[in-house]
Design a protein. Structure first.
Length: 173
């Protein structure tokens, strides 16, 4: 499966005609083929902003921790969050990743939910918990287990696996 990539022209080398427009289109066979300039945005603990469509038809933007395995984006959410309901109603999401040290170095990923796995699943549930612990370590540097479960409820998690549809890139670190 090819991943379409739109590469925006940036101003890193100075002003140029057509800056901030798409300079070229291409495709990747895999996320591992991303230019290292952009791969660092998914490898490092960069908080993503995810956009999902709410019931009112308007995009809802939320900062999230995320990860990926191979060419699959992983989004681990508490089941009581509205995003879970909205993703089930409209399986498309867009992730924006902006370099915290340079706002003009970013990448967006458009993706579609391929499947979801409940933490309560007798076979795959432990994978959901393990993935949550993995992103806890990635984003906080703390030892597992994940330390932000809501103590006032029996918080359960769901892992959404999303296929990458397209990517847009801009700038350099």
């Amino acid at each position: 499966m090819a991943i379409n990539v739109a590469r925006f022209l940036d101003v890193a080398d100075g002003l140029q005609p057509g800056q901030f427009t798409i300079g070229s289109h291409g495709s990747l066979s895999s996320l591992s083929d991303l230019d290292p300039t952009y791969k660092q945005l998914i490898d490092e603990p960069v908080t993503a902003i995810v956009a999902v469509m709410g019931k009112d038809g308007r995009p809802n933007l939320t900062p999230v921790w995320f990860d990926y395995e191979g060419d699959t984006i992983l989004l681990n959410l508490a089941t009581h969050r509205k995003k879970v309901e909205w993703l089930r109603l409209n399986s498309q999401a867009t992730f924006a990743l902006m370099n915290p040290a340079n706002a003009y170095h970013w990448m967006s990923i458009k993706a579609t939910v391929r499947r979801e796995v409940s933490e309560d699943d007798p076979l795959e549930g432990p994978r959901v918990t393990a993935q949550l612990d993995k992103i806890w370590v990635k984003y906080t540097g703390n030892e597992p287990p994940y330390g932000l479960r809501d103590p006032s409820i029996d918080e359960r998690r769901v892992l959404f696996e999303l296929a990458v549809d397209s990517i847009a890139t801009f700038g350099r670190p």
